[in-house]
Design a protein around this ligand. Structure first.
Ligand SMILES: Cc1cc2nc3c(=O)[nH]c(=O)nc-3n(C[C@H](O)[C@H](O)[C@H](O)COP(=O)(O)OP(=O)(O)OC[C@H]3O[C@@H](n4cnc5c(N)ncnc54)[C@H](O)[C@@H]3O)c2cc1C
Length: 408
């Protein structure tokens, strides 16, 4: 029998583990968080390379995420916004398709961008309006299908899908076939349309760092890898066993599956290549998409939104491709030259972030919420229990904490 360390031991200090711990501490419980690495954040961390801020894969915060609002956006994050829209290029040049309230010329793009016939555009507009105006609860209710099936049922096909929806969503869902849950895709589109999308001025890692700072000092123990888990008990690498009233496993999806003998989810992979460039191809803080089905999911001048990502006057561009490996440099550069309409001579590769286990797949028809209470004294949290997102990770942490607090 080992000494009881705390009311609850949480394994992992990613967003889910932090949300669990914050909820339990707020309810007056003592919590010990064991984190294998040297800092909080898990898949949401930022590194510094030659003075540049390099997130562990391009990702963004969205102020419309309900759970982020519930937790409260940490003051001092200084969110730097991207335009609500995208830059699409065809043979006629670039088309900015964006919320006209942010960029008046964004409305023109809706007419000129390669989105098909008038009838195609109307069907796309009707679909998007329905998604954006639905109450958030509707995204959770009803029968779920794959996104591609939902689009088919709305008559949305051809150019609007190939030149806008697929290029836009593949970067977010991290898959091209659009087999992801339609309810989750609708949630993504809705929050993108309604929220501010951006990055903290000094990197995505600022969010978990700020959440960790809300916990009592010493709550998180770094460099503590958990090797085995039983109800109310864990083994830490190096041979110690610790016990508590309950254990919440908030490790990444594959580690959680291994520790808890759960079915491992399929994981999507993404790779981001970061270039320092002497002059940005646009001054707008907008995400550029490939309308020709090329290998780049998206490309964005980070410093147009968040200048502090660069230590000097050079701009920093993040370009992402699906998969765990970068594509050949020549192919990457020719694709970027086409997307941005400029040459890439002088673009210096600063870093490549490969994330082989970036997002758990959420195929159409999957439940949006999976159980978090596994056994007496044993709980699980993480984006694999909810939606594969910042929102899902935070919600799962709250649900696991609440399940413990309510004794179930
Ligand atoms: C490249 C990329 C882009 C993304 N883009 C977006 C986006 O734009 N919008 C969005 O909403 N979401 C996005 N996401 C998803 C979002 O980042 C994740 O859903 C979320 O961060 C997952 O948090 P988590 O706490 O569930 O898991 P994790 O972040 O994986 O945290 C798990 C933690 O557990 C620790 N751990 C693992 N094993 C052990 C062990 N044995 N012992 C102790 N500790 C352990 C890990 O070190 C880690 O800190 C993106 C993800 C990636 C990777």
């Amino acid at each position: 029998m080992t000494a009881r360390e705390a009311d609850v031991i949480v394994v992992g200090a990613g967003l889910a583990g932090l949300a669990t711990a914050l909820r339990l501490v707020a309810a007056g419980r003592s919590v010990q968080v064991l984190e294998a690495s040297d800092a909080p954040g898990g898949r949401m961390r930022s590194d510094h390379v030659d003075g540049f801020t390099i997130d562990r894969g391009f990702q963004v915060l969205n102020t419309a995420y309900p759970e982020l609002q519930r937790i409260g956006m940490p003051p001092g994050l200084d969110l730097r916004a991207f335009l609500r829209g995208a830059l699409l290029r065809d043979a006629d040049g670039p088309h900015l398709v964006a919320d006209p309230r942010q960029a008046p010329s964004g409305a023109v793009g809706l007419l000129t961008a390669p989105l098909g016939s008038a009838a195609d555009r109307i069907r796309l507009a009707v679909y998007l309006a329905e998604v954006v105006l639905s109450p958030i609860g509707r995204c959770r209710g009803g029968r779920d299908v794959e996104l591609r099936e939902a689009l088919r049922r709305h008559g949305v096909s051809g150019d609007p899908v190939e030149h806008f929806l697929r290029p836009f969503l593949q970067g977010v869902l991290q898959e091209r076939e659009l087999t992801t849950s339609n309810r989750f895709a609708a949630f993504v589109l809705r929050t993108f349309a309604l929220g501010t999308v951006g990055v903290p001025a000094r990197g995505m890692g600022a969010l978990p760092a700020a959440l960790a700072a809300r916990l009592p000092e010493g709550t998180i123990e770094y460099g503590a890898r958990v090797d085995a888990v039983r109800p109310g008990e864990i083994d830490v690498a190096g041979g110690t066993t610790r016990s508590a009233d309950a254990v919440v496993v908030a490790a990444d999806p594959l580690t959680a599956a291994r520790l808890l003998e759960l079915q491992p989810p399929v994981m999507h992979a993404i790779t981001t290549v970061w270039h320092a460039v002497p002059a940005p191809p646009t001054r707008r803080p907008v995400i550029a998409l490939d309308t020709e089905g090329g290998p780049v999911a998206n490309s964005v001048v980070m410093t147009n939104a968040a200048p502090a990502y660069s230590p000097d006057r050079r701009a920093l561009i993040a370009s992402s491709v699906l998969g765990a490996e970068p594509i050949p440099d020549a192919l990457l550069r020719s694709t970027l030259a086409r997307i941005w309409g400029v040459g890439t001579v002088g673009w210096e590769e600063i870093a490549v972030t490969r994330v082989p286990e970036a997002l758990p797949a959420l195929p159409g028809g999957s439940p949006l919420r999976k159980p978090v209470h596994l056994a007496e004294g044993l709980y699980v949290a993480g984006d694999h229990r909810d939606t594969p997102s910042i929102e899902g990770a935070l919600v799962s942490g709250r649900r696991a904490a609440d399940a413990y607090l309510m004794g179930r």
